[in-house]
Write a protein of this length. Structure first.
Lengths: 109, 114
């Protein structure tokens, strides 16, 4: 079957760095996405990886290893506003996105 | 519009009643998706539209669920004879086309079936 795994919850300190991991098993691979979702709000797009390697975008970076079925989202210089759920999703064959359950990130002062 | 708009934002209904959820996508976006999000679970795909056509309805949980899209724009998701297990947040998203990376989500409709 198809499966996306990510930790349920993580806690980090303001100003620190945190890495959120995502492993996947899907039939076909056409890209991996990270979305941020604040409580009660719509998910918003963070990053898209289709080739192996690191994509950096300001304080956020996303890494992909297709051979290992593995990705991580790296958040640097954490701010209180980064407290949110982070959703990993993989596009398998065709158009459909398969979503992980999300990682709730709690930032403490 | 500026973003994806969903209405109502909250809906409380009694078991057995029908409900209709509305999604107004970003103007010009040809692809529209409906997802369901339950607490602690990943987004569950329900249906997607390319224009007014729904090539894949396989995600709809039962025949009580239906959706349509008219004019390549607004979509409605209808749930007939609601059950308590239908309680969830129903999210709509749109994109420029199917297979385009970035989905733009609405804020969702929180459905509570009593």
């Amino acid at each position: 079957g198809q499966n996306i795994d990510q930790p349920t919850e993580m806690t980090a300190t303001e100003g620190a760095i945190v890495q959120i991991n995502c492993t996947y098993q899907t039939s076909g691979f056409n890209g991996l996405f990270w979305y941020q979702q604040h409580a009660g709000e719509a998910p918003t797009f963070l990053s898209y990886n289709v080739l192996d390697g690191l994509e950096e975008k300001g304080r956020f970076s996303s890494f992909l290893s297709r051979s290992k079925g593995y990705s991580y989202l790296l958040l640097k210089e954490l701010q209180m506003k980064d407290s949110a759920s982070y959703l990993c999703a993989v596009r398998g064959t065709h158009y459909q996105l398969i979503w992980g359950a999300g990682t709730k990130l709690i930032i403490k002062p | 519009g500026a973003g994806v708009s969903q209405s109502p934002s909250n809906k409380v209904t009694e078991k057995g009643k029908d409900v209709e959820l509305r999604c107004d996508p970003i103007s010009g976006h040809t692809a529209l998706y409906w997802y369901r999000q339950s607490l602690g679970q990943g987004l569950e795909f329900l249906i997607y539209f390319q224009g007014n056509s729904a090539p894949d309805k396989s995600g709809l949980p039962s025949d009580r669920f239906s959706a349509e899209r008219t004019g390549g724009s607004v979509s409605t998701l209808t749930i007939q004879r609601t059950q308590q297990e239908d309680s969830a947040v129903y999210l709509c998203a749109s994109s420029l086309g199917v297979g385009v990376e970035k989905l733009f989500f609405g804020s969702g409709t929180q459905l509570s079936v009593l």
